[in-house]
Design a protein around this ligand. Structure first.
Ligand code: PLP
Length: 379
């Protein structure tokens, strides 16, 4: 066979999927593995959202829709972004996508030219770099200082003549860090001084325990250069629905719209009606899930604190990021095969020496996992 795409060939397979596949394999072999490697809420999608989607199906919302998304959804997203996030925008600035991941992929396709550089503060979520690479760009890594993982002045050193974009993720997967106003102001100044685009991934914004979420695009002068990415997967337990969005300045949005028109067309029509119900309906379901996550987070912090492990301040999302001794890949293997606990090594997020544990698992499972890790540590 002739050589295939070098661009795709250069992309690493997902380390998070590799570890969860290994855990699944062990389960099939009858081994009782506890998986703390999962990045999805373990709750059912709230009933009124499911009902709205079923109603849409029953009334025949099964045909093509406008490519940027149904107007009702775009209007609801714009309204939420203006009133909830302080982002100046209209429905015309919004595109509904097949998950937040698709919004990120489209944004990179829309903005980057071959050889363009994107500053990526690490630890960073696994799909940013592949999305940059598949658009012909190059990630320039900026390791953030642990354990606070806030943005610092040193990020300036990563900006060069080819820099086109910077990615921020608040609250962060994997660290749980919520970026402070000061961190975001640094990013905003950098973008304005060097004419950069910002991609701000805010998919975990509803899962915050102590701090306040600030949208980068709400800062002065940032709406015109920020692509805000968000979605339904985490806040409304809708991972399988594949529905997300981006809010962006019109020139960028028009480019993303072309990527969408010539690839997926749009998210499924009836799924978008579920999204309308999620955003316009009662929000108490979000708060109920957040409170449940808050209890589990408290438990994880107490447990791992008591084990004398350094934990990044988990302000948001549903992960604790803990420092481990030695090679994190080897520790992940050890935990999986000796303690039967699946967790994701920090190396998957360009942060060797750390381990990400998801608490999107029941409290009894978390307790059993902590017991096993404690036992493993004292072996
Ligand atoms: N951004 C971050 C930081 C994530 O952790 C995830 C999913 O794990 C996504 C984006 C993608 O979410 P979606 O399911 O909406 O594609």
């Amino acid at each position: 066979m002739r050589a295939l795409s070098e661009k795709v060939g250069a992309v690493a397979p997902s380390a998070t999927i590799q570890i969860s596949d290994a855990a699944k394999r062990m389960r099939r072999e009858g081994i009782d593995v506890i998986s703390l490697s999962i990045g999805e809420p373990d709750f059912a999608t709230p009933e009124h959202i499911v009902a709205a989607c079923c109603d849409a199906l029953a009334r025949g919302e099964t045909h093509y829709a406008p490519s940027n998304g149904i107007p009702e959804l775009l209007t609801a997203i714009a309204e939420k972004s203006r009133t909830g996030n302080g982002i100046p925008c209209e429905a015309a600035n919004v595109i509904a996508t097949c998950g937040a991941k698709d919004a990120i992929f489209q944004a990179m396709q829309a903005c980057l030219n071959p050889g363009d550089e994107v500053v990526l503060p690490d630890p960073s979520w696994v799909s940013y770099e592949p999305c940059i690479q598949m658009a012909g760009g190059r990630a320039v890594h900026h390791p953030l200082r642990s354990p606070s993982f806030q943005i610092d002045d040193a990020i300036l050193e990563r900006v060069g003549p080819r820099t086109r974009m910077i990615v921020v993720n608040t609250p962060s997967n994997p660290t749980g860090t919520v970026l402070s106003r000061q961190s975001l102001r640094l990013v905003a100044d950098l973008c304005q001084d060097y004419d950069l685009i910002a991609l701000s991934d805010e998919i975990y914004e509803k899962l915050i325990y102590e701090k306040e979420h600030i949208s980068l695009a709400s800062l002065d002068g940032m709406a015109e250069r920020t692509i805000t990415v968000n979605g339904f997967s985490k806040a409304y337990a809708m991972t399988g629905w594949r529905l997300g969005w981006a809010v962006a300045p019109l020139p960028i949005l028009r480019q993303m719209a072309k990527v969408q028109q010539h690839s997926v067309s749009h998210p499924p029509t009836f799924v978008m009606w579920g999204g309308v119900a999620a955003l316009t309906g009662d929000q108490s379901c979000v708060e109920a899930m957040r409170r449940e996550f808050a209890d589990r987070r408290r438990y994880m912090l107490d447990e791992f604190g008591a084990m004398d492990m350094t934990v990044a301040p988990p302000d948001g999302a549903f992960y604790v990021f803990v420092q481990v001794e030695g090679d994190d890949m080897a520790v992940a293997e050890e935990w999986l095969h000796s303690a039967h606990v699946a967790a994701t090594p920090g190396s998957a997020f360009n942060a060797p020496g750390w381990m990400r544990l998801s608490y999107a698992a029941s409290l009894p499972s978390l307790k059993e996992a902590a017991r096993r890790i404690r036992l493993w540590k004292s072996r």
